[in-house]
Design a protein around this ligand. Structure first.
Ligand code: FAD
Length: 399
């Protein structure tokens, strides 16, 4: 998928690549600035057909094969391979299209379909799928970072004790495990919505950006925590954590930066009322978890998050811009907490374990409650009491 140009990855409407009709195909000319999997056999790309208006509405979607129909190489010239911070196993290049043979992807052979203003929508269908893929990458990074940190801490000895006996290390590992489970719940929920129609499509529309934003950001955070839990060795290339940290940083960027992802949530809310589908899903999860005492705080925060999001929807553009990210993060927090509670209720009813409840309680406390004096004086030591239950995935008899 070669979309980004020098003029910008977020501002897709600024694309300068042109497309000229030539018999039954098109000739594309322009410079694509970020092209991962640069030697792909087939490329989906956006270009502006001759005479089309400026902005996103003037763009059309094309398929560019690696070779022309006569078997000769297509006009795809790799200027250079970029020297990247991470994701080095996937080469990313700068590519010139020079009279590059392309085929219109518009569901019709009529060349006029190139001017129907829907090229960007067709591309976004693919982007939604790849955003879910990137969310999964963030999740994978989280889980690997947690495992590397936990396994190392279980063996490393300092001051005569394994470091995982120390309370601060226990707190770090518990927080990591809880975040992995909260992100997993969100990503799987998005994937599940992708298999549904009607209401599920609106849910998918909002869950994919939420999952992408949340899992990739936490991926970076957990990668940092893994490096620090391992200590100096974590910073050295002999251990996997240095690479994990470099790779993690890419996922918050490609397929849309966090700000752009938040704008996408806003668009989904304005155009498709996708937030209403999300609120319904949160309510269903909370109804399933209604008998758990932890549901009360999440129910209260769900109402506040809805109010805050509606405020942003109605706010003046500058204020809406300023507060959008906070509102979207709030929605993500509430969604994750509700899904964790739903899973906790299921776990309790299925095998009698209270582990899910403890996980949901820690998550809600971290992300939704603001305890007085940061909770230092409240005597709560849940993370120490349940350290091995959570980090070693044990059954919990009493929450
Ligand atoms: C390793 C790597 C591989 C990549 N591979 C591909 C690829 O294969 N195909 C492809 O098409 N692209 C690819 N990209 C490009 C990637 O999708 C873009 O870098 C990304 O979308 C951001 O675009 P940009 O770099 O032009 O930054 P800009 O769009 O210039 O954004 C810079 C900053 O401004 C902020 N910003 C921009 N507009 C707004 C706004 N309206 N409101 C608030 N903030 C805003 C952004 O959030 C960001 O923080 C790749 C990038 C990387 C790093």
């Amino acid at each position: 998928m070669f979309m980004t140009e020098r003029t910008g990855g977020s501002d897709v409407g600024a694309i300068e690549t042109t497309a000229r009709r030539e018999g039954d195909h098109w000739l594309l000319n322009g410079l694509k600035w970020f092209c991962s999997n640069v030697d792909a056999r087939a490329i989906a790309t956006l270009a502006r057909p001759e005479g089309a208006p400026p902005g996103v509405k003037g763009l059309a979607l094309f398929l560019v094969p690696h070779t022309r129909r006569d078997g000769t190489p297509n006009g795809i010239h790799v200027r250079r391979i970029k020297d990247k911070l991470g994701t080095r196993v996937v080469p990313t290049g700068e590519v010139d299209f020079v009279d590059c043979e392309g085929y219109l992807l518009a569901g019709s052979d009529d060349p006029e379909a190139a001017y129907d203003g829907r090229g960007i929508n067709r591309m976004m269908e693919m982007v939604d799928t790849s955003r879910l893929g990137v969310a999964t990458m963030g999740l994978g990074i989280m889980r690997r970072a947690f495992l590397e940190a936990a396994i190392y801490a279980a063996r490393r000895v300092a001051f005569g004790q394994r470091i995982w006996e120390y309370a601060p290390v226990q707190e770090t590992l518990v927080r990591m495990a809880v975040e992995v489970e909260a992100a997993l719940a969100l990503v799987l929920e998005a994937a599940q919505a992708g298999t549904m129609t009607g209401y599920g499509e609106r849910l998918y529309r909002v869950l994919v950006p939420l999952a992408k934003m949340r899992a990739t950001r936490r991926g970076v955070e957990l990668a940092v925590q893994a490096v620090e839990t391992i200590g100096g060795n974590g910073y050295i290339e002999d251990w996997p954590t240095a690479r994990i940290l470099r790779d993690a940083q890419c996922h918050t960027l490609w397929e849309g930066t966090e700000n752009i992802i938040c704008l996408d949530v806003l668009r989904a809310a304005r155009k498709e009322q996708a937030h209403e589908a999300l609120l319904d899903r949160i309510d269903a999860a909370l109804a399933a978890a209604g008998h758990l005492p932890e549901a009360e705080v999440v129910r209260r925060e769900r109402l506040a998050a809805e109010r805050a999001f509606r405020y942003v929807l109605a706010a003046q553009p500058r204020e809406a811009q300023l507060k959008l990210r906070r509102a979207v993060e709030y929605l993500a927090d509430v969604t994750q907490a509700a899904l964790l509670l739903e899973a906790a209720a299921w776990q309790r009813d299925t095998d009698g374990s209270e582990r899910g409840r403890v996980v949901a309680r820690i998550f809600a406390r971290e992300r939704l409650q603001q305890p007085v004096a940061r909770g230092i004086e409240d005597g709560d030591v849940t993370v120490l009491r349940h350290f091995e239950d959570i980090v070693c995935y044990r059954r919990v008899a009493e929450g």
